[in-house]
Design a protein around this ligand. Structure first.
Ligand code: URA
Length: 442
């Protein structure tokens, strides 16, 4: 058997055997097949799908393709959280310190921005001095001492995913349920936490735009975690519009600080509290979601969450004064406030286009080697369902140059549809999924 046989079988819609999946993963991890064969197989999987058995076998083979982190030396139930990616989605910066302040250790390995979506590591690096490259020992020591660390991946975690993800990004094969599920779950299982909370985004800014596909993806990942013996809860949340009002690295850090300081309410806070409540329940410090929500609110109102964020920043070499004075974060050269210019109702947003607008301003990478401008992005205070008037502030741009602000103004305006009729606000979440089944909002 060789790679051509594996590609042929998937092209014909057959179920791949364990041996075939192992050959594919071995080739991705160790370069024993050329990229064009891997890409052909990825497209065959994207078009013909995989059974639950194949998806689980692919996940476990990818997990075993590299190191597995052993977190057993850190006391307590370690709970990880992962989002499938969104725009203005800075829940990790809020949740990690807040959940730690409630007694659940958070040892989190995060990623960088990908395509139109932002990345936690890029946001953290916008804090002056902050390092996300700790050694394994420093990482463990920090989690034991202050209960929280957020860093880039240590060691070689799921190297097969690294190769396959880069290929998927450039071969239009990202939006495949088995490929997303195996990519995320192989890394989560290798990262060694005891339980996992997944935030599966749905809507115009998510990888999976349709709700049915998002629920199927969430269920597939819960099934894989359950088979691997880890409790997993997945929440399908809305990404029809940016989650917070701020998009861009330093701007999103500011948004997170404003939420932790109690100055900002809204969807970003509410989704953070929902995901955080699931983390506390899985972490064994709250009996149910109601009790967990109460604990999180106490940690928020007492300032314990913000204090823990400052401690984490200090421990990782950053300037903790940013939590009290957000003007210490990088500031953009050009700031432009844009009025709405007409009366109407915010009807729809193309959130992928909004993410791409921020990326083009310098908040994200167009090529792997691009460096970022942490100060740029935009603040968008309007939400779907709002009525707006000509003089209202529509959005504020933070740009490097007037020309980039011109281009961003056009792109952001184009991505937001104003209509003549009021529309309902989209729900915050659509489904909460565990091994026991699916719960939907009443
Ligand atoms: N995040 C990942 O890590 N992998 C995917 O395939 C999609 C989102």
């Amino acid at each position: 058997m060789n790679m051509i046989d594996v590609i042929t079988d998937k092209k014909l819609g057959k179920e791949l055997t364990q041996e075939e999946i192992d050959l594919f993963v071995e080739a991705a991890a160790h370069g024993t097949a050329p990229d064009y064969q891997l890409a052909a197989l990825l497209m065959a999987i994207r078009l013909n799908g995989m059974t639950a058995r194949e998806t689980t076998a692919l996940t476990l083979a990818m997990q075993k393709s590299g190191d597995t982190v052993d977190l057993s030396g850190i006391p307590g139930i370690k709970v990880d959280k992962h989002s499938t990616g969104g725009v203005g989605d800075t829940t990790t910066l809020i949740l990690a310190p807040l959940v730690a302040a409630c007694g659940v250790p958070v040892s989190k390995m995060s990623g960088r921005g990908l395509g139109h979506t932002g990345g936690t590591l890029d946001k953290l690096e916008s804090i002056p001095g902050m390092s996300v490259a700790l050694s394994q020992d420093q990482f463990f020591e920090q989690v034991k001492r202050i209960g929280v660390a957020v860093i880039g991946q240590t060691g070689t975690l799921a190297p097969a995913d690294k190769t396959l993800y880069a290929l998927r990004d450039v071969t239009a094969t990202v939006d495949s349920l088995p490929l997303i599920a195996s990519s995320i779950m192989s890394k989560k299982l290798a990262a060694g936490s005891d339980a996992i909370v997944l935030d599966v985004k749905t809507g115009s800014g998510a990888i999976m735009h349709d709700l049915e596909g998002s629920i199927q993806l969430a269920s597939a990942m819960v099934d894989i975690g359950t088979l691997a013996g880890k409790p997993v809860t997945a929440v399908v949340t809305g990404m029809e519009q940016p989650l917070g009002t701020h998009v861009g690295n330093a701007l999103e850090v500011k948004d997170a600080i404003d939420v932790l300081a109690g100055r900002t309410k809204g969807d970003l806070l509410d989704v953070s509290l929902l995901l955080g409540a699931h983390m506390l329940v899985l972490g064994g410090v709250a009996a149910d979601l109601k009790a967990a929500g109460k604990k999180l609110k106490q940690a928020l109102e007492s300032g314990a969450g913000l204090e823990r964020f400052a401690e984490m920043i200090r421990a990782q070499g950053g300037d903790p004064r940013v939590t009290e004075d957000v003007s210490l974060l990088p500031q953009a050269r050009v700031v432009r406030s844009v009025p709405v210019g007409q009366h109407g109702f915010v009807t729809r947003m193309d959130t992928t286009e909004l993410g791409l607008a921020a990326q083009a301003m310098g908040a994200g990478r167009q090529r792997k080697e691009d460096s970022l401008d942490y100060s740029v992005g935009f603040v968008l205070p309007v939400r779907i369902g709002d009525e707006v008037f000509p003089e209202d502030r529509f959005f504020t741009l933070y740009a490097r140059t007037e020309e980039e602000a011109d281009r961003a103004e056009e792109a952001v305006r184009r991505a937001i549809v104003l209509g003549n009729e009021p529309v309902a606000r989209p729900p915050l979440w659509y489904a909460q999924i565990t091994k026991d089944g699916v719960v939907k909002p009443e």
